[in-house]
Write a protein that binds this ligand. Structure first.
Ligand code: C5P
Length: 223
């Protein structure tokens, strides 16, 4: 008999701005697999918490929101995130929300509450899972694992370009500091810290094009 454990999973973990989102989406599209953007779950939770006026470090209240929020992903083009039935897609990508997400994501009971939600994405014919703890905690038995990183300067530069293109007024120095701060929080937390999973393939994208990174990941699955 086959179960969820037989469904192939490719995990892509790494720090923010390494290109995981773009790469994961492209691979999922090429393979015809499902896609889990686990960061969007933490970002949505951050929005729910901020909207309710709850402090980001109020462990019990934040965990209660994580358990009760109604989150749905619409995989259309463009994809949508619905929080309690309302489309919040235009709000998930800001630096403020990313930083708040990394704070609520450090809370143990929050991660526990969101574990099952993430595992439900494992559906045939396969799943590409993008995050920080996909290969270490959520899908430790995944068949394929990648740790994708890039230097903090390069990641800040990419993010700066993205935000400038959107017309946002940002400073490169401030972005670099924020990215380094967020990485430190993600790496040093006790709950599911960002680290390379055992057996993961290490890819540094600092000097690679997105296409080259996609090719390396696909080669892993198609080998
Ligand atoms: O990947 P993204 O930048 O959208 O993630 C936002 C924040 O959510 C991260 O900085 C991290 O703290 C948290 N996160 C996490 N575990 C994941 C995905 C994201 O803790 N699997």
């Amino acid at each position: 008999m086959s179960g969820a454990q037989d469904i192939p999973v490719l995990t892509l973990d790494g720090p923010s701005g390494a290109g995981k989102g773009t790469v994961s989406r492209a691979i999922a599209r090429k393979l015809g697999w499902h896609y889990l953007d686990s960061g969007a779950i933490y970002r949505s939770l951050a929005i729910a918490v901020l909207d309710r006026g709850i402090a980001l470090d109020d462990v019990d209240a934040v965990a209660a929101v994580a358990r009760s929020m109604d989150l749905a992903f619409d995989a259309g083009d463009p994809p949508k995130v619905l929080l309690d039935g309302v489309d919040i897609s235009h709000r998930t990508g800001t630096e403020t929300v990313g930083n708040a997400a990394s704070k609520v994501a450090a809370i143990g009971p929050v991660r526990q509450a969101l574990l099952q939600k993430q595992r439900e994405f494992r559906q045939l014919p396969g799943l590409v899972a993008d995050g920080r703890d996909m290969g270490t905690v959520v899908f430790p038995e995944a068949r394929y694992k990648v740790f994708l990183t890039a230097s903090a300067e390069e990641r800040a530069r990419r993010r700066y370009k993205q935000l400038k293109e959107k017309g946002e007024d940002v400073s490169l120095a401030r972005l670099t500091t924020e990215i380094e701060e967020r990485d430190r929080r993600d790496r040093e937390r006790t709950e599911a810290p960002l680290k390379m999973a055992d057996g993961a393939c290490f890819v540094d994208s600092s000097d690679l094009s997105i296409e080259q990174v996609i090719e390396r990941c696909l080669a892993l699955v198609q080998a």
